[in-house]
Design a protein around this ligand. Structure first.
Ligand code: AP5
Ligand code: MG
Length: 227
């Protein structure tokens, strides 16, 4: 199954993608994580991308598209994936459609995470990430057992540089300006499903899994030539 998680910064895309990826055995592909890996490795792409990430702006389409294309062509994506944070512009969405078409595939469902600006700011200001294994925490909603230390591996927790308030405001502005158009695009394609994301993490996971059940039934009907 080929799934996209669409929604504003801090909506919970990464948190849900982690769980759903394990549950459905689909690789979790986060454009943000791939870009941050490139920044960390100091590659030319990473150095270029950093200028945008630090300001809360979108990295140019071509850079992100190349990274995603390389990732999607890997063997573990043969049976599907969860794309988290990509596409983020209409142009990225169209390139993705073309890319999948060439592979004889298409997207099955786009989950659109609906959440208020107040929750976004609260979630991002309290987010902490393990510098060793990358596990996500929240100082209030998903606190570690010991302050500042990862429960899973004992690594130190840090705050993402683009989670400071001014950058968060800019990320929200950029989302409204450049990403929101995708809602209409996927609605028109008939594959958009809204996920009410104001509630707790477990309920959202359950709602996504329930929604996926309906989608996979359709997909297997198509595979069997039933429709
Ligand atoms: P990216 O890393 O994709 O960031 P984002 O989309 O801004 O989203 P976040 O990762 O901040 O939030 P999330 O929705 O994953 O929330 P999370 O689950 O962590 O992109 C970063 C940058 O990279 C961009 O600004 C851009 O520069 C560049 N970039 C990336 N993709 C690009 C693209 N396609 N094109 C161009 N540029 C691109 O949750 C947040 C916090 O809330 C956590 O602490 C979590 O524990 C907590 N939480 C989650 N769910 C709940 C809940 N239900 N209740 C309470 N707390 C919750
Ligand atoms: Mg994320």
């Amino acid at each position: 199954m080929r799934i996209v998680f669409l929604g504003p910064p801090g909506a919970g895309k990464g948190t849900q993608a982690e769980t759903i990826s394990k549950e459905k055995k689909l690789p979790h592909i986060s454009s943000g994580n791939l870009l941050r890996d490139a920044v960390e490795s100091g590659t030319t792409t990473g150095i270029h991308a950093r200028q945008y990430i630090d300001k809360g702006q979108l990295v140019p389409d071509q850079i992100v598209v190349d990274i995603i294309r390389d990732r999607i062509l890997k063997n573990d994506c043969k049976n599907g994936f969860i794309l988290d944070g990509f596409p983020r512009t209409l142009s990225q969405a169209k390139v993705l459609d073309e890319m999948l078409k060439k592979l004889g595939n298409k997207l099955d469902v786009v989950f659109y995470f609906v959440v208020s600006k107040e929750s976004i700011v609260l979630r991002l200001s309290g987010r902490r990430i393990c510098n060793t294994c990358g596990t996500n925490y929240h100082i209030k909603f998903v606190p570690p057992a010991v302050d500042g230390i990862c429960d899973k591996c004992g690594g130190k927790l840090y705050q993402r540089a683009d989670d400071k308030l001014e950058t968060v405001q800019e990320r929200i502005r950029v989302y409204h300006e450049q990403t929101e158009d995708l809602i209409a695009y996927y609605k028109k394609n008939g594959i958009l499903k809204e996920i009410e994301s104001e509630t707790n993490i477990e309920t959202i996971t359950k709602n996504i899994l329930d929604a996926i059940k309906g989608v996979s039934q359709n997909a297997s009907c198509i595979n069997l030539g039933v429709v």
